[in-house]
Design a protein around this ligand. Structure first.
Ligand code: FE2
Ligand code: FE2
Length: 358
């Protein structure tokens, strides 16, 4: 009885099946793309490197990695209250993000199978990994007596259409940022085992190598299409995607500081590390990266954090909808202004360093 009082209530679709978190601009997105354009892509410019990456994926290094050990076999009721809530949210977000990768890669592999077999195989192998990741996270959710109905999620979510070029920028970044997130958490918990609340974090080392390989796959794939990387439009779009990926993560995570603190991390320090590393990594293939050391970079993101707090506070009142909208307007405008100003911070040109040892 006492236990159930301490457990935060989650809305359920059916007993034990969690209602998916409400979709917002900050929740993981599901993508679809122009399959014909993708099928017609000529890989010859960078085919050798690309083939080598597909061969790496074929090796399936993590075939035996995702096996739950004894440490999972215990009650997790001692993770309770707010910690339990943020923990379950973390698992859900991660599971949704992994699953959205699975769906996209699987669909691509099916649609390209006959027309672009090498590309199709790469996507098939990555979907294998993402299915494992999502399944492992969903199993973890079941330790908290919840799970996600992935079939329901497939049907109920809205899909965002992106041209292949934008799929490449966005998924490349989400794989690399995923890599840096997992590895940073892993290293921290390796140094501070007392903060390792739950055994899933032990798996993050080999796990993040999957994400790293996925990122490298897109790196090599983008190099087969140099027109996606070498003109002024590419510079503007890379800037846009870098900023949106960083801002989304920052706003999401700062809102969930409790989770990072529960595993002994300083959330802001964590953000600085992940953003800096991902930015640096992206510079190996993107023509520009962001100047994240610029004195205005984080203060502007912090203004957005405050705006979002205000937006949520307004949302939680009982005021009529139009009053809420009116009250929210200045915060939306301010967010727009902050993001525009962030976008116009002069980026760092990377084209001169390309071609040197990677
Ligand atoms: Fe993954
Ligand atoms: Fe991945």
């Amino acid at each position: 009885m006492v236990d159930s009082l301490k457990k935060p209530g989650f809305e359920e679709l059916r007993p034990g099946i969690k209602v998916p978190a409400k979709e917002t601009i900050l929740t993981p997105r599901f993508y679809t793309t122009d399959f014909d354009e993708m099928a017609q892509m000529d890989l010859s410019v960078n085919e050798e490197e690309f083939e080598a990456l597909v061969a790496e994926l074929r090796n399936d290094y993590n075939r035996h990695h995702f096996v739950r050990d004894q440490e999972f076999e215990q009650s997790w009721d001692h993770i309770d209250g707010e910690t339990r809530k943020v923990f379950v949210e973390f698992l859900e977000r991660s599971c949704t993000a992994e699953f959205s990768g699975f769906l996209l890669y699987k669909e691509l592999s099916r649609k390209l199978k006959d027309r672009n077999p090498l590309l199709a195989e790469g996507f098939e192998l990555m979907s294998r990994d993402e299915a494992r990741h999502a399944g492992f996270l969903n199993k973890a959710l079941s330790d908290f007596n919840l799970s996600l109905d992935l079939g329901f999620l497939t049907k109920s979510r809205k899909y965002t259409f992106f041209k292949p070029k934008f799929i490449f920028y966005a998924t490349y970044l989400s794989e690399k940022i995923g890599y840096w997130r997992y590895i940073t958490i892993f290293h921290h918990l390796n140094a501070h085992p007392e903060d390792r609340l739950y055994p899933i974090f032990k798996f993050f080392d080999n796990w993040c190598q999957d994400e790293n390989r996925h990122g490298d796959f897109f790196d090599a794939l983008m190099r087969t299409q140099p027109q996606f990387l070498n003109d002024w439009k590419a510079k503007l779009w890379c800037r846009f995607f870098l900023l949106s990926v960083f801002a989304t993560m920052y706003l999401n995570d700062i809102q969930r500081t409790d989770f990072y603190e529960a595993i002994g991390l300083n959330t802001r320090e964590f953000e600085y590390t992940v953003i800096e590393k991902t930015n640096e990594t992206a510079g190996r293939v993107f023509p520009i990266i962001l100047n994240v050391q610029h004195p205005e970079f984080y203060p502007r993101l912090e203004t957005c954090v405050k705006n979002n707090e205000n937006l949520r506070a307004i949302d939680s009142t009982n005021a009529p909808k139009f009053v809420k909208t009116l009250k929210k307007l200045p915060y939306y405008i301010s967010n727009g202004v902050q993001l525009a100003k962030l976008y116009f911070i002069k980026p760092i040109d990377m084209t001169t360093t390309h071609g040197q040892v990677r």
